[in-house]
Write a protein that binds this ligand. Structure first.
Ligand code: XMP
Length: 259
C-alpha cells in the first residue's frame, strides 16, 4: 500500500525527489521559527517532490504530537506521503511502540534497521504496519563512509554455505520480510546496482547522500535507485524551489537520453 502511494505521488508530481526536511541545530531557533521555516519550504517545493522524510532534526525540537503532527497534516494536504527516519533498532516490544506512536502521529512509513533481526526484533514493526496499512523501509547500505564497517562486512550465510556481504543479506531479508522500500546510499552506486539485481524491481530503492555527502543523483538513478532523498542541498539553499526544479530537470534530461 505504501509502495503504491509513493508510485502515485511520484507520477502525479513527476518527481523522484524525497525532501529530507532537516535543519541544523541552533540554540537560537525557537520552536515557532523552526516550524515556520519547515512550513515555508514545504509550501515552496511541494509541487516538485514526491514525498517528505522527517528526522530527529524536527521531532526532537518540535515534538511528535505537537509541531511534527501539524507538519504531517500540512504535507498530507499536498497529497504527499511522509516517512519517519527513526532507523528503529531496538527489541521487538520497543520497536512496536516506536511504530505505533509514529503511525499515530500520521507517518505513512518508518525506516528500520535490519541488524536487529526478525524474531523479537523487526517482526512487530511489520505486524503493526500491515495492520495500519503503513510502510516499513529497511536500511541495506548507508550513505556515510563508515557504513563499510557494518553494512559492508563479510558474513557467513549458513543456509547457502557461502560468505556474502552484509548488505546482500539485508537485501534478501527485505524480500523475505516484505519490506516496502530499501535504503542504499547514493555514495555507493555499485552497491545500488547489486542490490537492485536482488530486488528485481519488487522493492523500490531510496537513495540518500546526494550533494552534501558527495553522491550524484544521476549515478544513483542509473544504478537503479527509484527515489532520491535530498536534504541540506535543498533546505540550506536560499532558493530551495530552484534546486528541486534543477534536479528534476537533470533527471528528466538524463532519462530522455537513455530512451
Ligand atoms: P542530506 O542533507 O545529506 O540528508 O541530503 C540526508 C538525510 O537522509 C538521512 N540519511 C540516511 N537515512 N539511511 C537512512 O535511512 C542512510 O543511509 C542515510 N544517509 C543519510 C540523513 O540523516 C538525512 O536526514
Amino acid at each position: 500500500m505504501f509502495k503504491l502511494k509513493m508510485e502515485e505521488a511520484a507520477e502525479k508530481k513527476d518527481s523522484k525527489i524525497v525532501l529530507a526536511l532537516d535543519f541544523p541545530y541552533s540554540s537560537l531557533n525557537s520552536q515557532e521559527n523552526l516550524f515556520n521555516k519547515a512550513h515555508k519550504i514545504i509550501e515552496d517545493v511541494y509541487p516538485y517532490i514526491c514525498a517528505v522524510k522527517i528526522n530527529h532534526h524536527l521531532v526532537l525540537p518540535l515534538g511528535t504530537f505537537q509541531g511534527v503532527k501539524k507538519l504531517i497534516e500540512i504535507i498530507h494536504e499536498k497529497d504527499l506521503p511522509v516517512m519517519m527516519d527513526c532507523k528503529a533498532n531496538d527489541i521487538g516490544a520497543t520497536n512496536r511502540v516506536i511504530a505505533e506512536y509514529y503511525y499515530a502521529a500520521g507517518f505513512d512509513a518508518i525506516i528500520a534497521n535490519p541488524f536487529v533481526g526478525w524474531d523479537e526484533g523487526l517482526k512487530p514493526i511489520f505486524e503493526v504496519s500491515k495492520k495500519m496499512h503503513r510502510g516499513v523501509i529497511l536500511l541495506a547500505y548507508m550513505s556515510h563512509r563508515g557504513a563499510k564497517e557494518g553494512y559492508g562486512q563479510l558474513i557467513y550465510d549458513k543456509e547457502k554455505d557461502e560468505k556474502i556481504a552484509q548488505y546482500i543479506s539485508f537485501a534478501r531479508k527485505a524480500l523475505n520480510w516484505g519490506a516496502d522500500g530499501v535504503v542504499v546510499g547514493a555514495t555507493v552506486p555499485e552497491k545500488i546496482r547489486e542490490i537492485n539485481e536482488i530486488l528485481e524491481d519488487k522493492i523500490p530503492i531510496y537513495s540518500p547522500g546526494i550533494g552534501a555527502q558527495g553522491g550524484k543523483a544521476i549515478s544513483a538513478i542509473n544504478a537503479g535507485a527509484n527515489y532520491l532523498i535530498v536534504g541540506r542541498s535543498i533546505t540550506l539553499d536560499k532558493n530551495p524551489q530552484k534546486i528541486v526544479k534543477i534536479l528534476n530537470k537533470k533527471l528528466k534530461n538524463e532519462s530522455s537520453l537513455e530512451r
